[in-house]
Write a protein that binds this ligand. Structure first.
Ligand code: FAD
Length: 260
């Protein structure tokens, strides 16, 4: 059966042709699809390579008739994904999950590949302050796309030699913002939450826990009594503040709970 023109949330994969592949930062690529996708900022999709696996990804570019996924090459699936070319076909499941609230007067804090989960949100916000952090200049995502972003690198090779959280603290000390959106390493997001709580600013974080099934069966993306695939991936300050495992424990591929 040919793919439907308008995608709906579906449990059956839709096979899509890749229209373009571009290298992003070091070890990162973006795949473009000329296809209409009904997705809200924060929701995730699953890409499927038959015979390899299916894994969750954010939508990093979203226009009327096209969308894209930006990924970091870290394991078996993303290595296979890094080899696909324009014209190749991959399967798509979703979109799934909840979304960011997209409020005015926002600060967006992205760490590493977390920027991929925030970019679709940034594109819908009015003049957000963007803090884009990476370990070094080679790993900065979307540098030319968000020219006004405050860049923070661990080694000072670009922008400020600082953590994103140092910059966030400076901003919140100076003026009142209505919300902080974040995605990146969980330890960074936990610090973002703590700073937001201190300055009484709401926060929403997209959690990128290891996810296997993506539909609430395997429990590998569990954090306290929540499942990232079913209850998230976006959680607010109130929910995050109650999660004792947030920034403290995560689960391995096997499901075993370990300290960060
Ligand atoms: C909602 C959501 C959105 C995501 N969006 C993106 C995205 O836009 N771009 C992107 O590059 N990635 C994204 N991810 C993460 C991506 O799905 C995983 O990194 C995926 O496991 C990669 O598959 P792999 O086979 O290449 O590597 P794997 O073999 O699955 O992982 C390689 C190594 O990294 C570890 N690992 C992988 N993911 C995690 C994790 N979440 N927490 C802790 N350790 C982990 C594994 O334990 C393993 O040691 C997202 C995840 C979620 C849940």
């Amino acid at each position: 059966m040919p793919p439907k023109k308008e995608l709906q949330k579906t449990d059956l994969p839709v096979m899509l042709t890749i229209s373009k592949v571009i290298p992003e930062a070091k070890n990162h690529k973006t795949l473009f699809f000329n296809h209409k996708l009904d997705v809200k900022p924060g929701q995730f999709i699953k890409l499927w390579i038959p015979g390899v696996d299916s894994k969750p990804f954010a939508v990093s570019f979203h226009k009327k008739g096209s969308f894209a996924v930006t990924f970091q090459i870290i394991g078996k699936f993303t290595k296979a994904l890094s080899k696909v070319k324009a014209g190749d076909i991959v399967g798509l499941f979703g979109p799934y999950g909840n979304s960011f609230s997209a409020k005015k007067n926002a600060v967006v804090v992205g760490g590493g590949c977390g920027m991929a989960s925030l970019s679709n949100l940034i594109d819908r916000l009015k003049n957000p302050v963007i803090i884009n952090g990476a370990r070094s200049k080679d790993y900065i995502l979307f540098r030319n796309r968000y020219k006004s972003a405050i860049i923070a690198t661990d080694d000072g090779s670009s922008g400020k030699k600082a953590f994103t959280t140092d910059i966030l603290k400076e901003l919140l000390q100076k003026r009142k913002y209505s919300i902080v959106y974040t995605c990146g390493p969980e330890i960074m997001m936990k610090k973002v939450l703590d700073i937001c709580n201190k300055y009484k600013v709401n926060c929403e974080a997209s959690l990128e826990r290891y996810m296997s099934c993506g539909f609430g069966i395997c429990g590998k993306c569990a954090i306290n009594d929540k499942l990232v695939c079913q209850d998230g991936p976006v959680f607010n300050s109130k929910q995050l503040s109650k999660m004792t495992e947030f920034g403290n424990f995560h689960r391995l591929k096997s499901g075993r709970k370990v300290k960060f």
